[in-house]
Design a protein around this ligand. Structure first.
Ligand SMILES: O=C(O)c1cc(=O)[nH]c(=O)n1[C@@H]1O[C@H](COP(=O)(O)O)[C@@H](O)[C@H]1O
Length: 287
């Protein structure tokens, strides 16, 4: 793992530094069959490998983070997973942070297996951070939270997702407030253990499409002190106005995430599309 004078540098600090240099945008590597076709590539492991490595080649060293979506690799079985391992290694070689989007969540003892898969030094699928689903209870994520802390990695816990179906579960009221509020409280408590970090290493996923939900549920996202991964920008319809509305005082923590909005520009248009996405996000987030 990244070391600075022998010490592990926490993910939150590494992400904050990368956002300072490259702006507050993360590009998702989502090799949809339709995108492969429009890039002139086959819908198989060779096609997605070529697609994903081209994205890393074009954007590595130019973007705060790359976020490969595991499902699109897994759908091609072991050859697809091998391509994912190569993509993670290529991003590492390019000096670009990776957020592996796997949305894992399981009972604690099985969660330890997932944690080992993605957050252990030297693991073939190790990334700088992963997305986690806390809907077996925030506490079920403990093995991943602990291993990530030990290895200087990060996690993004789903709080308010960008899909319309998420609200029915995530807005539900609980004695302590709301289901999403429990995720906010959990992340805040985790990050309070390391108050010296610029950004904590336990982030939340809050979709840029969630409208007034943050305000309606009374969530204090700024107090979490962790990064806020904001998917929904681009293909799902969110733009500058939505980012500004959703995040308000927490806007300095936002990592705006877009996949098809950049990938749809084709293999030769990626760098320009990234620059446009960064300009838009900087303006929306006042950075
Ligand atoms: O965790 C995520 O990244 C995620 C959470 C969420 O609430 N909504 C969401 O769209 N995502 C992911 O973000 C990406 C969005 O892709 P585009 O809609 O093409 O920008 C996909 O890989 C989704 O799985």
């Amino acid at each position: 793992m990244t070391v600075d004078g022998g010490a592990v540098v926490p993910f939150g600090d590494r992400l904050a530094a990368a956002m300072d240099v490259h702006g507050p945008v993360c590009v998702g590597i989502d090799p949809h069959p339709g995108l492969l076709e429009s890039w002139g590539l086959s819908d198989d492991a060779a096609g997605l490998r070529a697609f994903a490595l081209r994205v890393v080649e074009a954007l590595g060293g130019r973007v705060a983070a790359l976020k490969p979506q595991s499902a699109f690799f897994e759908r091609h079985g072991s050859a697809g997973v091998a391509a994912l391992e190569e993509v993670l290694a290529a991003a590492r070689d390019a000096g670009t942070l990776t957020v592996l989007d796997v949305k894992r969540g399981d009972i604690g003892s099985t969660m330890a297996g997932y944690a080992e898969a993605y957050l252990r030094d030297g693991g073939p699928l190790a990334a700088d951070a992963v997305t986690l689903s806390p809907y077996l209870g925030f506490g079920s994520l403990r093995p991943a939270l602990d291993l990530a802390r030990r290895t200087g990695r990060g996690v993004f816990v789903l709080a308010l997702t960008s899909n319309p179906e998420g609200a029915g579960v995530q807005h539900a009221r609980t004695p302590a407030g709301s289901v999403a509020g429990e995720m906010v409280d959990g992340a805040r408590t985790e990050n309070a253990v390391a108050p010296g970090e610029r950004l904590g290493s336990v982030g939340l996923v809050v979709g840029a499409t969630v409208g007034s939900a943050v305000a309606d549920l009374g969530l204090d996202l700024a107090s979490v002190r962790g990064p806020l991964l904001a998917p929904g920008v681009g293909a799902q319809g969110a733009g500058a106005a939505e980012l500004a509305e959703v995040f308000g005082p927490a806007r300095h923590q936002v990592l705006a995430s877009t996949s098809r909005g950049v990938l749809g520009a084709g293999p030769d248009g990626l760098v320009d599309a990234l620059a446009r996405a960064v300009d838009q996000a900087r303006e929306a987030l006042g950075r």
